[in-house]
Design a protein around this ligand. Structure first.
Ligand code: HEM
Ligand SMILES: [Cu+2]
Length: 541
C-alpha cells in the first residue's frame, strides 16, 4: 500500500506526474465538454427545458460559460500541454533521469490538485460558481457572489503550481541535457516547452498578483479595480498582460509537438529548424507587447490602439515562417497518414484559419464591430480547439506507446479523427457568420433582439453538430482505455523516430536511462542518403 502511494500518488517520477496531470485534465475535458453541450442546447432551443438542468436561468447560463472557459483553458489545455506533456517529455527528450527538482515537481501537481478541488467546490458556494466569464472583468467581479472568491483562490493555487513547474522545466533543460545535446540539437517539442516555461515564468506572477489584488478588493475593501477611486480598466491591463502570453502558453508546446510529428511521418528533416526556433522566440517576445488588442473597445486612445494593432499584426510574420516551414517539411515527403499525423496536419490547417480571423480582430476598425460577438467565439475555438486540442490529440496518439507500452488502435483513431475534424468545422465555422450578423457572445437568449431571430436554423445546425462532435469523442475514450490493456505491444520505437525517448523500452522505465545517452546529431536526420534505414536515432554515432 505504502509502495503504491509512493509510486502512483505521491510520485516524484516525472512520467507519473505527467500522467497525473493528464488524467485529471481528461476528467475536466469531459465536464467542460458537457458544459458546452448545455450552452449549445440552450442556444438552439432557448426557453425550453434542458435535460437535468430544466429551464435555464440567465444566471445559470453565466455560470456555465464561465466554467466552460475556465475548465478548458486552465484545467484542460494548459494542464495537458504544459503539465502533462511538459513533465512527460522534457527529461526523456533531453536525455536525463528526471526533473531537476522532483519534489518541487510533485508539489506542483498537488497545488494543481488543490486548485481543481476548490474550483469544483465553488459550484456549491452560496450563489453558485463564478459567473463573470473566464476573464473576470471588473467591476462586476468585485461585487459578484461568493463563487468568485473561490474562483480567485483556486487560480492563485494554479498560478503557484505553474510558476513552480516552469522554473523546474527551465532548470532541467538548461542544466540536465545529455552530453552532446546542444541547444540546437533539441527537438522542437522541447523548444516549444522551453519558451513556454519562460513565458509562464514572466507572465504568471502578474496574473497571480492581479488575482490577489482582486481578492483584496472583494475581501478587505481595497479599491484597485472599483470605479471612483480605482480603475476597472486596470484589471483588463493586468489580466491581458498575462493572458495574451498565456494564449502562447496554450499553443507553443503544440507547435513544437506538431513539428516533430510532421517530420517523423514525412520521413524528412524539419524544414528550417533554426528559423523555427527564432520564430517561436519572436512570437513569445512579441506576445508581451500586444495585450491591449483585447481592449480596443474600452475607449483606448486611438494612437495607442494603432500601436497595439501594428505590434499584433507583426506576429503574422514569425507565424507565417512557421507555417511555410511546416508545409516545406511535408513537401516531397514520403507521407505516412497515421492518426497522429492527421491530427498534426489538422493542427496546422485549423490554426491557419484561427490565425486569419485573428488578423481581422486585430484591425481596430474591424474589431469595433466584431468585438464581443460570435466571431470571437469562432476565433478562440479555431485556435484553441483547432490548434491546441488537435495538437493535444496528435501528441497523445504519438506518445501513447511511450506512456503505456501499447499502441492505440489506428482504425478507431481515424474514425475519431474524421468525426472530430468534420463536426468541429460544422460547429465552429458558422459561428463566424453568427458574429458577422451581430450575435453577441455570453448571451442566453439571442431572440430578445429582433434582428437575430432569423438565425434560428443556423443555431440549431451548430448545436446538432456540437452534439455530434461530443459523441465523436467516444471512439477516443474507448480506444484510450481499452488499449491500455488490449493494445498491440509497442516495442521501443514503433514510429521509427529519432529522438532519445524512442531508444529505451516502452513504457519508459523509472529513471528513464540506465546510462545517460550520448548525442551525436540533431533530431531530424530522416532519409539520410546512402543509409539503409530512413531514420538515425540521436544517440547513434
Ligand atoms: C464540444 C466542443 C465545444 C463547444 C460546442 C463549445 C462551445 C462554446 C460556446 C457556444 C461558447 C460561447 C458561450 C457564450 O459566449 O455564450 C464557448 C465559449 C468558450 N469556449 Fe468553448 N466549446 C467547445 C470546446 C472548447 C474548447 C476545447 C476550448 C478550449 C480549449 C474552449 C474554450 C472556450 C472559451 C475560452 C470560451 C469563452 C468563455 C467566456 O466567454 O468566458 N471551448 N464555447
Ligand atoms: Cu491577445
Amino acid at each position: 500500500m505504502k509502495k503504491f502511494l509512493r509510486k502512483y500518488i505521491f510520485a516524484t517520477d516525472h512520467k507519473i506526474i505527467g500522467l497525473q496531470f493528464l488524467f485529471t485534465a481528461l476528467i475536466f475535458m469531459f465536464f467542460g465538454g458537457l458544459l458546452a453541450m448545455a450552452i449549445r442546447w440552450q442556444l438552439a432551443w432557448p426557453g425550453e427545458k434542458l435535460p437535468i438542468l430544466g429551464i435555464m436561468m440567465p444566471e445559470t447560463y453565466d455560470v456555465i460559460f464561465t466554467m466552460h472557459g475556465t475548465f478548458m483553458i486552465f484545467f484542460v489545455v494548459i494542464a495537458i500541454l504544459v503539465g502533462a506533456f511538459g513533465n512527460f517529455l522534457i527529461p526523456l527528450m533531453v536525455g536525463t533521469h528526471d526533473m531537476a527538482f522532483p519534489k518541487i515537481n510533485m508539489a506542483s501537481y498537488w497545488l494543481f490538485f488543490i486548485s481543481c478541488v476548490i474550483m469544483v467546490g465553488s459550484f456549491f458556494a452560496p450563489g453558485g460558481a463564478a459567473a463573470t466569464g473566464w476573464t473576470a472583468y471588473a467591476p462586476v467581479s468585485v461585487i459578484a457572489s461568493k463563487g468568485q472568491t473561490w474562483w480567485l483562490v483556486s487560480l492563485i493555487f494554479l498560478g503557484t503550481s505553474s510558476i513552480l513547474g516552469s522554473f523546474n522545466y527551465l532548470t532541467t533543460i538548461i542544466n540536465l541535457r545529455a552530453p552532446g545535446m546542444g541547444f540546437f540539437r533539441m527537438p522542437m517539442s522541447v523548444w516549444g516547452l522551453f519558451i513556454t516555461a519562460i513565458l509562464s515564468l514572466l507572465a504568471t506572477p502578474v496574473l497571480t498578483s492581479a488575482l490577489a489584488m482582486l481578492l483584496l478588493d472583494r475581501l478587505l475593501g481595497t479599491t484597485f479595480f472599483l470605479g471612483g477611486v480605482g480603475q476597472p480598466v486596470l484589471w483588463q491591463h493586468v489580466f491581458w498582460f498575462y493572458s495574451h502570453p498565456a494564449v502562447y502558453i496554450m499553443i507553443l508546446p503544440a507547435m513544437g509537438m506538431a513539428s516533430d510529428i510532421l517530420s517523423v511521418f514525412s520521413r524528412k528533416p524539419l524544414f528550417g529548424y533554426h528559423a523555427m526556433v527564432y520564430a517561436l522566440s519572436a512570437i513569445a517576445g512579441l506576445g508581451f507587447i500586444v495585450w491591449a488588442h483585447h481592449m480596443f473597445a474600452t475607449g483606448i486612445n486611438p494612437t495607442l490602439g494603432t500601436t497595439f494593432m501594428v505590434s499584433t499584426m507583426l506576429i503574422a510574420v514569425p507565424t507565417g515562417v512557421k507555417i511555410f516551414n511546416w508545409l516545406g517539411t511535408l513537401f516531397g515527403g514520403r507521407i505516412r497518414l497515421t492518426t497522429p499525423m492527421l491530427m498534426a496536419i489538422a493542427f496546422v490547417s485549423m490554426f491557419v484559419i484561427g490565425g486569419l480571423s485573428g488578423i481581422f480582430l486585430a484591425a481596430t476598425a474591424v474589431d469595433i464591430f466584431l468585438h464581443d460577438t460570435y466571431f470571437v467565439v469562432a476565433h478562440i475555438h479555431y485556435v484553441l480547439f483547432g490548434g491546441s486540442m488537435f495538437g493535444i490529440f496528435a501528441g497523445l496518439y504519438f506518445w501513447y506507446p511511450k506512456m503505456f507500452g501499447r499502441m492505440m488502435n489506428e482504425k478507431l483513431g481515424k474514425i475519431h479523427f474524421w468525426f472530430t475534424f468534420v463536426f468541429y468545422n460544422f460547429t465552429f465555422f458558422p459561428m463566424h457568420l453568427l458574429g458577422i450578423h451581430g450575435m453577441p457572445r455570453r448571451i442566453y437568449d439571442y431572440r430578445q433582439y429582433g434582428f437575430l431571430q432569423g438565425l434560428e436554423p443556423l443555431q440549431i445546425f451548430i448545436s446538432i453538430s456540437a452534439f455530434a462532435l461530443f459523441l465523436g469523442q467516444i471512439p477516443f475514450v474507448y480506444n484510450f482505455f481499452v488499449s491500455l490493456f488490449r493494445g498491440k505491444k509497442a516495442g521501443n520505437n514503433p514510429w521509427q523516430a529519432n529522438t532519445l525517448e524512442w531508444t529505451i523500452s516502452s513504457p519508459a522505465p523509472h529513471l528513464n536511462y540506465e546510462v545517460i545517452p550520448k548525442v551525436y546529431h540533431g533530431p531530424y536526420e530522416y532519409s539520410v542518403p546512402g543509409k539503409k534505414e530512413d531514420w538515425t536515432p540521436q544517440n547513434q554515432p
